[in-house]
Design a protein around this ligand. Structure first.
Ligand code: COA
Length: 332
């Protein structure tokens, strides 16, 4: 909550946003000085409206990604090979939902209610990570998600945990501890398939081939086309650019894939000794924008599942919010 209400909930939000559009220059200068010194900004502190708006956008999208991201892996809990893999997957999916809760809490401190965020997810107004709009067809897909998508998320989150907004940074610190464990279990399952039977290796190679492009997209459009990076980096919300994070990921994880004798579907992929950065073929950015704007293979299915869960859970939320009414509810 902020100032006694959620300022970014409509209809009050519009009026409040209009009032705050012209931030006072002295306050803005003092705010930017604090950022430059590396200080953390806390919920009760003055902040420019645009900083608040950008943080809500980014943290909210991140929270939605955690919740939607649990869906492709969740469908594999009953089919994970063996008791230990099932246990690990259950724990991981629970953690991801917990990350969503932490992030919704952090976004709420900026003035948008959880209800408004969930409504914006379900109506398709808010985005979530591109990678969760693809199907997890085989167990190898789940290992690629557990190893490489969690690795990609850690690259992003470990950088931004050193950013300027206190509640987001603290949530990211905690998330990174758990993600590091997910990454270990993903890597372990990945190695098991890579060193398994020819059929297992083939299944893994096929999953890698399908997931490589969405993973390259994960870090966002190239810096030259990134809409928000410049301001977010000035305000130390984003601590590395999209291309720098992509490069950091390639540097750390391509060698781990190649050392297992697996290949990646990009003939141009190599570390350039002159630039000390990775060269690669630009992934298809039209496909990226199609997927993040609702046109991916699973966007509709993902939102349908969330809508169903929202409907089914309505009576539980009602009972928790209004304990006195509990007796009037059906025993389900
Ligand atoms: N999936 C979905 N949308 C993405 C995306 C991705 N992988 N990468 C970028 N976009 C969207 C942005 O949200 C933005 O759309 P919007 O203006 O409608 O909100 C648009 O593409 C332009 O990209 P850019 O200007 O580069 O966005 P950005 O500065 O917010 O950077 C991230 C993109 C993903 C690096 C940044 O949002 C981020 O660090 N998010 C927090 C971490 C996160 O959400 N991780 C995913 C789950 S683990």
């Amino acid at each position: 909550m902020y100032g006694g209400g959620y300022i970014f909930d409509e209809p009050n939000g519009k009026q409040l946003r209009d009032e705050q559009l012209h931030d006072e220059p002295e306050k803005l200068a003092a705010f930017e000085e604090r950022i430059a010194k590396g200080e953390k900004i806390e919920p009760g502190d003055w902040m420019p409206t645009e900083y608040r708006r950008q943080l809500i956008r980014l943290i909210e999208q991140h929270a939605h990604s955690e919740i939607i991201g649990a869906l492709p892996e969740g469908t594999w809990i009953t089919r994970a090979p063996g008791f230990k893999r099932k246990l690990a997957l259950i724990a991981k999916v629970q953690d991801e939902i917990g990350h969503g809760q932490l992030l919704y809490n952090a976004a709420e401190t900026l003035g948008k209610s959880r209800e408004a965020m969930i409504n914006d997810l379900l109506s398709g107004k808010s985005k979530y990570s591109n990678v969760f709009n693809y199907p997890a067809e085989t167990w190898a897909d789940v290992t690629v998600i557990g190893f490489l998508i969690d690795a990609a998320a850690i690259v992003n989150q470990a950088a931004n945990a050193k950013g300027s907004y206190g509640p987001y940074c603290r949530a990211l610190d905690r998330i990174c501890y758990e993600e590091s464990f997910h990454l270990k279990q993903g890597h372990d399952a990945f190695i098991e398939l890579a060193t398994g039977t020819p059929a297992q290796r083939e299944m893994l190679q096929d999953a890698l081939n399908r997931w490589w492009q969405p993973i390259m997209h994960f870090f966002g459009p190239p810096d030259k086309n990134s809409q928000h990076s410049q301001k977010l980096m000035e305000w130390r919300v984003k601590m590395a650019s999209n291309d720098d994070m992509r490069n950091q990921f390639l540097n750390a994880y391509v060698p781990k894939i190649w050392e297992l004798g697996l290949t990646l579907p990009d003939a141009a992929l190599k570390k350039n000794p002159e630039t000390d950065r990775w060269d690669y073929t630009d992934p298809d950015w039209d496909e990226f924008f199609r997927v993040i704007n609702g046109g991916g293979p699973c966007n509709e299915e993902r939102l349908q599942v969330r809508k169903w869960a929202e409907e089914q859970g309505r009576w539980v939320r009602k009972a928790l919010m209004n304990p006195a009414e509990k007796r009037a509810l059906p025993v389900a």
